[in-house]
Design a protein around this ligand. Structure first.
Ligand code: G6P
Length: 588
């Protein structure tokens, strides 16, 4: 779960590689490294820590003709210098950066060991560079082809050969890799964002592709034959990741929510709904709609399930990592909806393969055009949320909810959804216009070690996402519980001062939820009730302007995002890059 970047030709390598890595560190930030070949001399620097730390240790310029770089989320081997990429082959002929996991690395390592290879790192990646060298008999492409035949697992690799200063080789299977076409230089990276500013023309590689870049051209092969791949344009506007004066991306992205929702309305409404007609009729004909996702996107799916059930459609949601191992029968004629901000989550890619192998229809809803999931989908829809940099997902969750509300409304031709989403936008705008009370409440609770998030129905779904934010960015042990479940165990953990965040956005469940809060308060809990103003009662600490009940998760979650953000700020935590996490989980 790493990011790779590389280029060949007339390039300011120091700027390109370091800036590229900064754009990719959402994929992991345990260690970073660069290698640049200048004639016969290979400059190599790698170290544990973030890209900024590496940058501080580099010379002012990195002259050369071909270069590669890597940012790592440690899988095999702790994050230290030895395990950082690039890796160099034993005879120093090859340098390589790798994103992915080599599943048969132990067997290959054993074999290479018998052939006299020794190893410097504990990584699975190091064996790839040595295997390339072992398979090399004067033709790098042939060595790559043979090596790909021997590797099992996922990989996107950029490879330098010491005797070929004007070529950058690559190979790809099940990890993302794109080429960028420049002027007098060509580039590659795990994500277009790393190359933006240098080019807006990209080639999305397919699994099994390998080849090379030269300053004025490139060649792609599959199974030993040259192949053509489409050149696609991606505008730099999408990749705007300036902080625009905000102290962190997380708070910037929360403040972008109203404009994201407006953009979503513009894209999916134009004198009626703008959805693929064929897709809508397949959904209508399907016996059930089944959602798959991970993390925050999974909690958005759970809202989607309720939306579909509200129009009489059988619907369910599974966590991708579980479903992939056990793709149980979900009826004769299912329709799958995969939600993924990044479009690159490994467990979802695995699920989608099962779905596609069974010729079943799937819609991918993603924020990332050209992503692996989007390219392999039967249908795809974009969230138009703009690049989301903070590891904790915020604006994408709101875009996912609103997208699903629009999709379901289009299935029943209910135009009221537009007004409902505009009400949601204005409610969120009012929350954002003055969040000083949320900040104060969060700062007062900065010593909280445990929190329970409680609600019923939609409010339980808001609780799930609220608790996740609190864990991710504020490192508070937080659990979400349906109100009715508290007495089946968790209430034993409530003691004086235990933080409880409760949600009330629904008339039908209000009385039962309030009873739960009273029960918790009498056991000493510190109860912080978040309510829609229609149901606000004395003592509720946070109230938001009314929205239709099916959209109540929106303001509830925005308030929860802000609570987690300010609590993390009060604790002085690295909000945008919490420990051990990555924005995109590209290994299973
Ligand atoms: C990681 C991120 C989460 C995200 C989840 C699913 O865990 O840290 O913020 O919700 O992956 O990512 P996806 O890109 O598939 O929505």
């Amino acid at each position: 779960m790493c990011g790779i970047v590389g280029g060949v030709g007339k390039i300011d390598f120091r700027n390109y590689l370091i800036n590229g890595l900064k754009k990719l560190d959402y994929r992991g930030y345990d260690s970073a490294g660069v290698a640049v070949l200048d004639h016969k001399h290979l400059f190599l620097k790698k170290m544990p820590g973030k890209v900024e730390e590496l940058s501080a240790c580099l010379p002012a310029s990195l002259p050369g003709t071909v270069g590669i770089a890597h940012t790592r989320w440690a899988t095999h081997g702790e994050p230290n210098e030895r395990n950082a990429h690039p890796h160099i082959s034993m005879k120093r002929k090859f340098a390589l950066v790798h994103n992915g996991v080599i599943e048969n690395f132990k067997a290959i390592k054993k074999d290479l060991f018998k052939h006299g290879y020794g190893f410097l790192s504990d990584t699975d990646s190091e064996i790839v560079v040595d295997l390339l060298e072992y398979n090399y008999h004067g033709d790098v492409l042939a060595a790559i082809k043979k090596t790909m035949g021997e590797l099992e697992g996922s990989y996107a690799c950029a490879i330098i050969h010491a005797d070929e200063p004007n070529r950058l080789y690559f190979m790809k299977n099940a990890s993302p890799l794109l080429l960028g076409k420049g002027e007098g230089a060509n580039y590659l990276a795990s994500d277009a964002g790393a190359m933006i500013g240098l080019t807006e023309s990209f080639v999305d590689l397919e699994d099994g592709d390998y080849g090379y870049l030269e300053p004025d051209g490139y060649a792609i092969f599959a199974d030993g034959n040259p192949v053509e791949r489409e050149i696609v344009a991606r505008s730099k506007d999408f990749y705007d990741d300036d902080l625009h004066g905000y102290p962190h991306y997380m708070i910037k992205e929360i403040h972008e929510i109203p404009s994201v929702l407006r953009r979503l309305l513009d894209n999916y409404l134009d004198d009626g709904f703008v959805f693929d007609k064929n897709m809508l009729s397949m959904i209508k004909m399907a016996s059930s709609v089944h959602f798959l996702a991970c993390g925050t996107s999974f909690y958005a799916c759970k809202v989607g399930v309720k939306y579909f059930r509200s129009i009489g459609k059988r619907s369910g949601a599974s966590i991708a990592s579980e479903w992939a191992y056990d793709p149980y029968d979900i009826g004769e004629n299912p329709f799958f909806i995969i939600l993924s901000q990044s479009g690159e989550t490994a467990d979802l890619i695995k699920c989608q393969k099962v779905i596609n192998d069974n010729n079943l229809p799937n819609l991918v809803v993603t924020n990332s055009k050209g992503s692996t999931l989007e390219r392999k989908a039967t249908f795809s829809s974009l969230l138009y949320a703009g690049v989301e940099v903070a590891v904790a997902s915020t604006k994408s969750y709101l875009a996912q909810i609103a997208y699903l509300a629009l999709l379901v409304a289009s299935l029943k031709s209910d135009g009221r959804v537009e007004g409902d989403i505009r009400t949601l936008i204005s409610s969120i705008e009012k929350i954002l216009a003055d969040d000083s009370k949320i900040k104060k409440l969060a700062y007062e609770r900065k010593d909280a070690t445990d929190a329970f998030y409680v609600g019923r129905g939609y409010d339980y779904l808001a609780a799930l996402e609220g608790a996740l934010k609190m864990k991710e960015v504020a490192y508070v042990h937080a659990e979400a519980y349906p109100g009715g479940e508290l007495k089946h165990g968790p209430i034993a953990l409530i003691q004086k001062g235990t933080l409880v965040v409760g949600y009330i956005t629904d008339a039908e469940k209000e009385a039962s939820s309030r009873n739960n809060f009273v029960e918790l308060a009498s056991r000493g809990a510190d109860i912080l009730v978040v309510s829609d103003e229609k149901y606000t009662r004395e003592g509720d600490l946070l109230s938001f302007p009314a929205v239709p009940e099916y959209l109540g998760v929106g303001p509830s979650v925005v308030i929860s995002q802000l609570l987690a953000y300010y609590l993390a700020e009060a604790k002085g935590l690295p909000i945008d890059k919490p420990r051990n996490l990555a924005k995109s989980v590209t290994v299973e």
